[in-house]
Design a protein around this ligand. Sequence first.
Ligand code: AMP
Length: 415
Amino acid sequence: MKILVINSGSSSIKYQLLDMAAESILVTGLVERIGEASGVLTARTFPGTGVEKRFQLETMIPDHSTGMQLLIKQISDQQDGVIRDAAEIEAVGHRVVHGGESFHQPALISEEVIQAISANVPLAPLHNPANLDGIRVARQLFAGVPQVAVFDTAFHQSMPPSAFLYALPYELYEQERIRRYGFHGTSHKFVAGECARVLGRPLAACNLITIHLGNGCSMTAVENGRSVETSLGMTPLEGLIMGTRCGDIDPALHAILHRSRGLDIEEIDALLNRESGLKGVCGMNDMRDIHAARQQGNKLAQLAFDMFVHRLRKYIGAYFVVLGRVDGLVFTAGIGENDHMLREAALSGLENLGIVLDREANAGKPGEWLRISAPQSRVEVLVVRTNEELEIARQTVEVLGQASVATQLEAGRQI
Ligand code: AMP
């Protein structure tokens, strides 16, 4: 079964074609600069010969429809493509950033589902409209092919109200839906599943702390396979320190910044999202640059690293108590997968919590996953390479399976 995974942004479409028989990637590509003077499509194909082929096309891409047509042509190109006909694609899985409270699960896309995603636009004004563009275009170009929406927020819909509510007047939740939603759900779900597989236990029997550290950073407490607490909130600003985002701050700082610096609310929003975090402290937001700078004695780079680690450890401690028992701790995403110095700093001295790092294993090169805890560690610590596209494709297949069972049941009832 071939599944096309689409992640549609405001001026880009990321795509991946997967063969779900072996869960192998056939094509991974990116259409960029949609609507600009000159657009570009870059792709890597894996035609089954084990040889990777690269493909690049620069051309005007005025809109998402043109971008989608180009990527279909690239995938099914007689010479460079990996399938003979776009009709071989049996389903399309779409990444959708915000499902609000409407979606606890992925959903087979219908007009009602599109309306519900539109109703959640105020919660993700930059992302949901772009995701909807991708869905509308794909429905036109793949008429009759089932399409599934997979939500970044859905995994966290299992959080209890005590975890997802802010201590604000309750009517703000009832009327404005102001609450914590969490993000990176597809990544947390994927790495939790992989961790359970490595531990040789059903996910539903595992208590895990999953730590996604990339440009955006978040941590999730997974109890018996379900998210019960996560660090990102109503928006992806809360919680851990990130590349350019501040994470937790005293909310009174908004008023203080307004009074002392005369900043208006949009300027404060931009400051907290784009000029803060690691970048705000030391001027650099890539952890590799920060390591290089602190090794050369840059004090602010060292401070930014220390602050990042301190916040991380504070959250690890909190999530231990939320869960009571922790079977596994998983690092993922750009920093989590690659940065052994950060992992060592985050986990040093936690033997009393049952975490004993194997320093040599930690310095090793991760493949799909790597165990970095010592044999005597009560908590298994893993590095797992996240794969959101594969998770979206898996969930798409699952939804199709459920839909076909539902159709059969319905047909059975009619007989
Ligand atoms: P992601 O959002 O998952 O693509 O992660 C991107 C971030 O990962 C970059 O901004 C870097 O800070 C970080 N990163 C990538 N490779 C490394 C590495 N080898 N060591 C430390 N950080 C890394």
